[in-house]
Design a protein around this ligand. Sequence first.
Ligand SMILES: [Zn+2]
Length: 214
Amino acid sequence: MSETSIATGLEKLLEGHKRFQKDVFPVKRSQFHLLAEMQAPEYLFITCSDSRIVPDLILQTGPGDLFLSRCIGNVVPVTGSDMDGITATIEYAVEALKVKHIILCGHSDCGALKAALNRKGLENLPKASRWLHHVEGAFTHRQPLNPADGEHAELASIIRGNVVAQLINLRAQPSVAKALAHNKIEVHGWYYDILTGCIEQYDEQQRKFLPLLA
Ligand SMILES: [Zn+2]
């Protein structure tokens, strides 16, 4: 494959990188120099791979702020013996980076939960299909229907349920359980609505989702 054909279709990215090098990097040069040999993020942000979730945009964060773990369905697997990237990332964030907060963020219109609701279309996706077993807890923790979600209320209630289910899995991770027991960390469950740009936070006491911003 020639260089030209590799670049075809990547124009948007190459143009973006060009603008980054020309306009953005020079302005932030000192910040990047500070970050070049170390990071000390305070937050581990676990969210879906969905392209519409752009953490640095919705939280106005930047380089060095968020340690990220992303997978379809913002899952924290609990299958003890299996090695997986998500739990390894959590362990590293907690034990090595010593993050102070872990935020687990689901989102409206999540394809993973849509697929879990209606398993059609998964025939040719053996790995994704197996992965979706990790979101089954969403149905147990399904949240009350919210009229504000309109025709998507059922899906949204399952997506919120998945946040609650994955929070339980997160708390059960040995590194997280230990840090929680020593009050070294806080965990948070969020639901981001793509249509409104608003975030809800799961209130553990009231056992319901409330607006993150009062
Ligand atoms: Zn998703």
